[in-house]
Design a protein around this ligand. Structure first.
Ligand SMILES: Cc1ncc(COP(=O)(O)O)c(C=O)c1O
Length: 376
């Protein structure tokens, strides 16, 4: 299978996969135990935390390991809301991931007022609108760094400065930007990361917090992770995440250039065969590996199924529950019509993809369109 759905998840780096069994054997003991094997597991977690904290330029207590970004986002959002009950307004972008939107909607049902920021056709947040929406009642501002559907990059430095000037908490979902972009830790109070988007296993993540800000835990128990996230630590996957991040850090420039090259090649080749394709967020800064294409006439589900039958895996932002696809909330927020949104297909590239796979895919798209166009 040609796998072009790396924004959904990535394959584990072979260098990491090869070691999982031996690490599981080496770090089997509970890191909270006092005997020496327990302490060995503890040291493994400490080493990972030290490394991550150091390259993000934060204190070690500011890194909280969790099971995934959904858990991180829920902990941050609900944790801030509960810690500062006098603040009952939340400002977020309308193009957040569901793991941000849904806990915020939950808080809306509990009485919070939600203010959605204006975005333009490319998905870029309007900073003047942000300034005008902040009040002394704002609990936090939440803006996703790199959008998982359209890849648009937000200016989190400027957003962070606006929030800092007004003494408002700024939270960013940095799941799709982590390792590919720099995250200004001094300007973003809370941010979330997921292992499986950067070639580590699924089921591990962390968030960065600001240690002088309160956050009520979602999980109470044994008091692990500085009392913010109880539960026995996933020693094996913390080790795997740490080793994966080291690989990214060592090869960052080369990896990013490689992804960018694949994406640019794909767009160029695609436009050569179908001139009417529309590339979402084409004229603004986007992630090096995510591109959403609105194809002419043919709906996304048909294109995705046709590509699947050719052995090519891609996806769309539309949810398909009960058989009827619902258009992506991200594209609707950018001002696309429902009909356009239902024609949007996301291609997201990974480190192991090749130029040859791009040429094969574009060729298959050409075949699919010449076959299907007789019906449209
Ligand atoms: C931007 C973004 N935020 C959050 C998540 C949720 O991540 P996880 O699968 O680790 O819960 C995803 C993954 O789909 C994502 O792309």
């Amino acid at each position: 299978m040609i796998y072009f759905d790396n924004a959904a998840t990535t394959k584990i780096f072979p260098e990491v996969l090869d070691h999982l069994k031996s690490w599981a054997e080496e770090f089997y003991a509970n890191p909270n135990a006092v005997y020496s094997d327990g302490q060995k597991s503890r040291r493994s977690i400490d080493e990972a935390r030290r490394y991550i904290a150091s390259f993000l330029e934060v204190d070690e207590e500011e890194i909280i390991f969790t099971s995934c970004a959904t858990e991180s986002n829920n902990t941050i959002i609900r944790g801030i809301a509960e810690s500062y009950p006098e603040k009952n307004e939340i400002i977020i972008s309308p193009i957040e991931h569901k793991s941000v939107l849904n806990p915020v909607k939950y808080l809306a049902r509990k009485g919070f007022k939600i203010k959605f920021l204006k975005v333009d056709k490319n998905g870029v947040v309007d900073l003047d609108d942000l300034k005008s929406k902040i009040t002394e009642k704002t609990a936090f501002v939440g803006v996703i760094h790199v959008n998982n559907e359209i890849g648009v990059v937000q200016d989190i430095d400027s957003i962070g400065k606006i929030c800092m000037d007004k003494d408002i908490i700024f939270f960013s979902d940095t799941v799709q930007s982590f390792c590919k972009f720099n995250i200004p830790s001094n300007l973003v109070d809370f941010y979330s990361v997921s292992g499986h988007k950067i070639n580590a296993p699924k089921g591990i993540g962390f968030f960065k917090r600001r240690k002088d800000l309160d956050i009520t835990p979602l999980l109470f128990g044994g008091g692990q992770e500085f009392g913010i996230r109880s539960g026995t630590e996933n020693v094996l996957f913390i080790k795997a995440l740490y080793e994966t991040i080291k690989i990214w850090q060592k090869n960052k420039a080369q990896f990013v250039a490689r992804l960018k090259n694949l994406k640019e090649l794909f767009i160029k080749e695609l436009k050569n065969i179908i001139s009417e394709v529309h590339i979402v967020s084409e004229n603004v800064e986007t992630s090096p590996n995510i591109v959403t294409v609105i194809f002419p006439k043919i709906d996304a589900q048909t294109v995705i199924m046709a590509l699947n039958s050719e052995g090519i895996a891609v996806s769309s932002g539309s949810a398909c529950s009960s058989g009827t696809p619902t258009p992506s909330h991200v594209l609707l927020a950018c001002g696309y019509s429902e009909e356009e949104a239902l024609r949007a297909v996301r291609f997201s590239f990974g480190i192991e993809n090749s130029e040859e796979e791009i040429f094969i895919t574009v060729e298959k798209i050409r075949d699919i369109f010449s076959r299907l166009s007789v019906f449209y």
